[in-house]
Design a protein around this ligand. Structure first.
Ligand SMILES: [Zn+2]
Length: 192
């Protein structure tokens, strides 16, 4: 049995399917990332208009069924058009990088309202930005790491746990990406 649900979403990706349909990846406020089938989306005079373009901020109605990989989209309407994102090439590049990052780092069906709000607010700020839109990408990346629970360890070694300022090894630290923080010189050069 499927239920009819309504949620806000940002369009991450949109691909053509069969003759007239599209399969669209949405980042939703309530359900995290989901894929939806939009039947008839590519018909001339489709009622979906530009709402299925990447970076669109939309109100979505879906027939949602647990365990179904691709949900059925019944309605998709623009909440607020971010017009400048499609008119300004630099803004478009930054906005596309933001949604691509979200697409890459999020698993399906993992709700994260903070991430949703960060994405909507960042696209909105980008839309209104008057200069240096690329600075917003840096801001977005830092906050994305935070809302995903990635807080780099900077005060002690991620391996031996010693406080970094107390280790006397000429203060040479390396960033250990796998462990998510700084490692002291001894640990970062030790074999294995
Ligand atoms: Zn160490």
């Amino acid at each position: 049995m499927s239920t009819i649900v309504k949620t806000e979403a940002v369009v991450l990706r949109s691909i053509d399917f069969k003759e007239t349909s599209k399969i669209v990846t949405f980042y939703t406020r309530q359900f995290g990332k989901i894929a939806g089938m939009v039947k008839g989306a590519r018909r001339p005079k489709s009622r979906f208009g530009t709402s299925l373009n990447p970076m669109s901020y939309v109100s979505l109605i879906i027939y949602k069924k647990e365990g179904r990989e691709i949900q059925i989209v019944s309605q998709c309407d623009l909440i607020k058009p971010f017009r400048h994102l499609s008119e300004d090439i630099e803004k478009m590049a930054v906005g596309m990088a933001m949604i691509e990052l979200v697409n890459i780092v999020t698993p399906e069906h993992a709700e994260n309202a903070q991430l949703f709000l960060l994405l909507v607010n960042s696209l909105s700020s980008l839309n209104h930005a008057v200069k240096n839109p690329s600075n917003l990408l840096f801001y977005f990346e830092i906050h994305l790491a935070r809302v995903l629970g990635f807080q780099p360890v900077l005060d002690h070694c991620v391996t031996c746990k010693k406080e970094l300022k107390k280790i006397n090894d000429d203060a040479t630290y390396r960033f250990d990406i796998a462990k998510g923080g700084l490692a002291c010189k001894r640990c970062s050069t030790a074999p294995g």
